[in-house]
Ligand binder design. Structure first.
Ligand code: ADP
Ligand code: MG
Length: 632
């Protein structure tokens, strides 16, 4: 016991890894996990749809448990009734039964494995689908504040661990319990005195196993954390952007070191975890030899007194392993139940994230929207994750008291210094977030009352750096309109001045673009994104112009594409180019989250010093370039 405690248990408390001050925020997970009924019950709920399988499995296990103890009983009959009484017919009869029973229990074992895997895989698939669905309902901000790798790890690693919850934990629990019951039943019906002797040794198993449970389970939490951490590092450093960052700052060595460190910690933790189980096993083994010794001693005396036959002792020694095996497994189950609670806690913590933007009820009939936008006293602040409720900070408003009306068909240009709140304002319109106060209206309908689907169907978005999935040009275009024909796509692309470029790609519209596909230039991506919105054909267009300077040919193409895009639509444009500003019906100047001025270019240059400064520093130079180009 001394040795056992010294080597096995010390590790659990002392081995908590601190995490080397890197960019991963380790979650305090399973640090002090205790059995949580609420989580366990909630986890079990996922199994409810599969109750018929569960019942069959239970019946199979029940049959297998009885099939498992019958050989011991047959052995006793063979010795006491057959061998001792010299009756060969009994020996033959019982040995043949023995063979049949072992075939039967073998078949039951196969059935049990099949059914329990069926249940586990079904529940796993359900959880993955539910998690994915839930994540689809989260706002963009949710993903901005989380590591994709960590989420991926929860949907994959954590859910995969459900397999062991079912096959070892649940099935193990039922089958061990039934095995013990069947064994005890047979033991007590053969000889109660020997049965009591066999049971006396039991606490020797249960107590140490329970103690090991806690530290093993704590380790499981750490292991899961490190697995997640590794997934995060892998997905960040193996992605294009991460790979670029690492190379430009010569961080390969440091990344390798970090990866190696977490791998080494993981290795140590897993060895430790395996050893804790092993020390326990050694102790149990030692203890389980005490049982038979006592049995032979006391049983031998009983045989000499002619109280029992020799077969009873032989049967009992066989039954002992069927008692202690399941008992020690049952005691260890405590451990796996606790670690599965930790796992489910991780899964449920994602499930419990309430989407920040709740869906509205009303839908809008197709093509019925005129496109009037109105923002009424809109204020917004980003919630910072590190904010502690105990120390209320002054709220940093990203937007404050925004009042703005855009009439159908109007183009409004948003200008202002970086950080003024332009992107934030744009993102409120399709309800990527909701304002802290104030209201947004489309055609006089409060956007919160509409379904997100209906609302977003009315508006197209061209972000500053458009994203394309790793798929063909055509599939990326069809995101906007699933039923789009080749002709429609071509028309949209012609209007967006991108058709010729696509045609010159190796496989035209079937060329794979996106993350690892054909790289489109910045200007091409914008025009492809414009084509996508044209294909969608919404009444309202939200546009975040790219800041990068373009050469005059591309500039002209983008201007032409934009002219088509903005024609007859309500448009809110974060403008970075003079040409866009000059075409706008009105210009909204933003500063520090507020609207500083509204007017036309001519008016604002005259009376607004901030606009004048912006114009002179940002737009003017570009304007001169254009004039130079236009002269010849
Ligand atoms: P603009 O587009 O005008 O450059 P933004 O709307 O992007 O400005 O940002 C407005 C303010 O909100 C800035 O102070 C910025 O730091 C802050 N901000 C933007 N995005 C976030 C975010 N995801 N979390 C917290 N603060 C943010
Ligand atoms: Mg911006």
């Amino acid at each position: 016991m001394q040795e056992f405690r010294g080597l096995g248990l010390g590790a659990g408390s002392g081995g908590a890894p601190g995490g080397g001050g890197n960019r991963w925020r380790m979650r305090e997970l399973a640090q002090n996990e205790h059995f949580d009924w609420a989580i366990f019950r909630r986890a079990l709920r996922a199994f409810v749809p599969y109750w018929p399988y569960t019942i069959i499995v239970t019946v199979v296990i029940l049959a297998a448990s009885f099939g498992g103890v019958i050989p011991a009983w047959l052995t006793q009959r063979i010795i006491d009734e057959g061998i001792q009484k010299h009756r060969m017919s009994i020996i033959v009869e019982y040995t043949l039964t023995l063979i049949l029973i072992s075939i039967g229990t073998g078949l039951l074992g196969v059935l049990q494995t099949w059914l329990s895997n069926l249940i586990a895989q079904n529940v796993m698939a359900d959880y993955r689908i539910a998690l994915f669905r839930h994540l689809q309902r989260q706002t963009v901000g949710f993903f901005a504040s989380r590591q994709a790798g960590d989420l991926v790890s929860r949907v994959t690693n954590d859910v995969t661990a459900i397999q062991s919850v079912v096959t070892t934990t649940l099935v193990g629990f039922v089958s061990n319990l039934l095995n013990i019951a069947a064994t005890l039943f047979l033991m007590f019906s053969m000889d109660w005195r020997l049965a009591v002797l066999a049971v006396i040794v039991v606490p020797g198993f249960v107590i140490p196993t329970q103690r090991v449970g806690k530290s093993r389970q704590k380790l499981q939490g750490h292991i899961q954390n490190y697995l997640s951490k590794m997934t995060v590092q892998l997905s960040e450093s193996l992605g294009v952007s991460g790979a670029l960052l690492i190379r430009i700052f010569n961080r390969q060595g440091a990344e390798e070191k970090e990866f190696a460190e977490s791998n080494h910690t993981l290795r140590d933790l897993q060895v430790k975890q395996a050893l804790i189980g092993r020390w326990l096993f050694m102790w149990l083994n030692m203890f389980s030899s005490i049982g038979p010794a006592l049995l032979w001693m006391y049983g031998g005396w009983l045989v000499l007194q002619n109280e029992i036959g020799l077969g009873v002792i032989v049967a009992f020694t066989a039954l002992l392993s069927r008692l202690y095996g399941p008992l020690s497994q049952l005691a260890q189950l405590h451990v796996s139940i606790l670690s599965s609670v930790a796992l489910f806690r991780r899964i449920f913590s994602i499930m419990d994230e309430v989407p920040e933007v709740q869906d509205g009820k009303e839908s809008i009939p197709d093509n019925s929207v005129e496109g009037r936008l109105r923002l009424e006293k809109v204020s917004f602040s980003y919630r910072s994750g590190s904010e502690k409720p105990s120390e209320p900070q002054a709220i940093r408003w990203a937007l404050q008291d925004i009042e703005l009306t855009i009439e159908p068909g109007e183009t409004v240009a948003l200008v202002g210094p970086s950080g003024a709140g332009k992107t934030t304002l744009l993102n409120l319109i399709p309800r990527f977030s909701d304002p802290a106060s104030g209201h947004l209206y489309v055609d006089g309908m409060d956007t919160r009352s509409l379904t997100l689907h209906a609302l977003r169907a009315q508006m197209g978005l061209v972000p500053q750096d458009p994203f394309f999935f790793h798929d063909t040009v055509a599939s990326n275009l069809r995101l906007a309109k699933e039923s789009a024909t080749a002709e429609e796509m071509e028309a949209a692309c012609r209007a967006a001045q991108i058709h010729d470029t696509i045609n010159s790609l190796p496989e035209g519209y079937d060329t794979i673009v996106g993350e690892r596909g054909y790289r489109l230039s910045g200007g091409e991506r914008q025009r492809l994104a414009i084509a996508r919105v044209l294909l969608q054909g919404p009444k309202i267009v939200l546009l975040d112009e790219a800041t990068s300077a373009l050469d005059t040919v591309i500039e002209r193409k983008i201007q032409d594409a934009l002219a088509v895009l903005l024609e007859g639509r309500t448009a809110l444009v974060i403008a970075h180019r003079l040409s866009t500003i000059l075409k706008a019906d009105k210009i909204v100047v933003m500063a520090n989250g507020r609207i500083a001025a509204i007017g036309t270019h001519a008016e604002l240059v005259q009376r607004d010093p901030l606009y004048k400064e912006l114009y002179e520093t940002q737009f003017h130079i570009e304007g001169e370039m254009q004039q130079v180009e236009e002269k010849p």
